[in-house]
Design a protein. Structure first.
Length: 477
């Protein structure tokens, strides 16, 4: 089954910045977090090839810490013809390595203490955090050749957070900022008997909601457009803003504004991005596909309409989650329905978290997508997923067919790099050549889930033609 029904892989050559800009704004995209084991022990070029042969035009490189970025991987994506977004988080970080010593003072305070889940929430009311984040992003895009920057998750926690206790920022930074701006006390959210309990003070609570919306948007505006910010550091760099979307009934748009300070139309007006992305909220993405159909973006039309009422021509994208949890992993069929739906609605692009977490990784046998000469003695076979080295080096795993004769490739002439296999030959073979492939398996030990699953094996006697040699072929190894 083809991964993308209407898209063929981009050519594996370095594209101009203008071509990559078009790829960044239009067509299929995917999020990649290179920290996962699936991406370790292989070259950056093989990672880029795997993304390319699956039909993607751009990558959202998940930057979990601005101090830890792989330049070679960005360059490999470019060499494969892919645009690369720096995907950074606005409201916190999974790592504080290399942060200033006073970073604990930046943190939000919630109604109840957060569990130690490895994520640090930072307050947009912390002037030191905002200044540090702005400098960090400016340094990031000055130091690395990203094509664009996307600030995801700039919102406050959390959906239905007052009831759950996972609601903030309600700490001294927020309280001081609200009092300074309005000359009023911050609403109380814990004690129904309190004079300023939010349900007793609708006007005060309304101001508080607007205050939070403005805080999110001012924070983003400062990062992108402020003095010393992203656009000053890299004029012309693509910018994407992100906001949440959820199917929670007819009041979804207003509830997200109330709960988490999300107002997409106002955000766009403040930041002036090149594209805006609707991020699927966790109450939706956490559902199994039996509950969340692939056409669920149809339910997000109120968010699209709110944006279109003020920004009718801005390109829009949408992000799904295809495998963060084992019970909600989405299949290829589900993903194809999602893709078709986004195209029908008119989204410019779509993306998903995270490439190697989709159900296709667990369910599909390896598929040989391309075979071509990289030089006069080497054939590269590119699979659509990472493969197990020992399986590729079995006797008769790769047999060259030429002029009616068969030539098994000896195991010691086979090298595996991620999803790419390199076959050494004694000489360049001219004319029609094909490969017969057997035994090749994928890599359950490198998956996030289902590590004890039996490996998927390529269909018996798979045949693929070898593209004729061209001196313009560029080896990846």
């Amino acid at each position: 089954m083809e991964f993308l029904m209407t898209t063929t892989p981009v050519s594996a050559v370095t594209h101009s910045a203008a071509e990559r800009k078009q790829h960044a704004l239009c067509g299929p995209s995917i999020q990649v977090d290179p920290g996962f084991p699936y991406y370790q022990g292989r070259t950056p070029a093989s990672i880029a090839e795997e993304i390319r042969v699956n039909g993607y035009r751009s990558v959202h490189y998940f930057v979990t810490n601005e101090n830890n970025v792989n330049r070679e991987l960005i360059e490999a994506f470019h060499n494969a013809g892919l645009a690369v977004w720096a995907l950074v988080l606005g409201n916190g970080s999974y790592s504080v390595t290399g942060f200033p010593e006073d970073w604990p003072a930046w943190q939000m305070k919630l109604l109840k203490e957060r569990p130690n889940d490895g994520f640090y929430l930072f307050s947009p009311f912390s002037e030191k955090y905002v200044a540090w984040k702005k400098q960090a992003l400016a340094h990031l895009i000055e130091s690395f050749p990203f094509d664009g920057i996307e600030v995801a998750e700039p919102y406050f926690p959390e959906w239905n957070g007052i009831e759950s206790g996972n609601y903030g920022d309600v700490g001294p930074l927020a309280e001081a900022a609200f009092s300074k701006f309005y000359g009023l006390p911050m609403p109380n959210f814990a004690d129904p008997k309190h004079a300023y309990y939010y349900k007793k003070q609708p006007d005060l609570y309304g101001k508080w909601q607007t205050f939070r919306v403005d805080a999110v948007n001012n924070f983003l505006n400062e990062l992108i457009n402020g003095r010393g910010g992203v656009r000053e550091a890299r004029p012309g760099l693509l910018v994407a803003t992100c906001s949440l979307a959820i199917d929670a009934g007819p009041g979804s748009v207003s509830l997200l504004r109330e709960y988490q300070g999300m107002d997409a139309a106002k955000m766009i007006s403040a930041v002036h991005p090149d594209i805006h992305v609707l991020q699927t909220h966790w109450p939706d993405w956490g559902k199994p596909e039996s509950v969340l159909p692939g056409n669920y973006p149809l339910k997000y039309q109120p968010f699209v309409e709110q944006i279109r009422s003020r920004h009718p021509s801005l390109p829009l994208g949408i992000q799904a989650d295809i495998g963060s949890g084992i019970q909600m992993t989405k299949s290829r069929t589900w993903l194809n329905t999602f893709i078709q739906t986004t195209q029908q609605i008119g989204y410019s692009t779509w993306t998903a978290y995270e490439y190697h977490l989709g159900g296709y990784i667990y369910e599909e046998v390896p598929i040989a997508k391309e075979a071509k000469w990289t030089d006069s003695h080497t054939i590269r076979v590119t699979f659509h997923k990472r493969i197990k080295e020992v399986s590729a080096k079995q006797p008769n795993s790769f047999v060259i067919g030429h002029q009616g004769k068969s030539f098994p490739v000896p195991p010691n002439q086979i090298r595996v790099d991620g999803n790419c296999v390199y076959l050494k030959t004694r000489q360049l073979l001219k004319g029609n050549i094909y490969l017969t492939i057997r035994n090749v398996q994928d890599t359950p030990e490198l998956w996030l889930y289902h590590k004890d699953q039996m490996a998927n094996t390529i269909l018996p006697d798979t045949r693929i033609p070898v593209e004729p040699y061209s001196s313009g072929n560029t080896p990846l190894h």
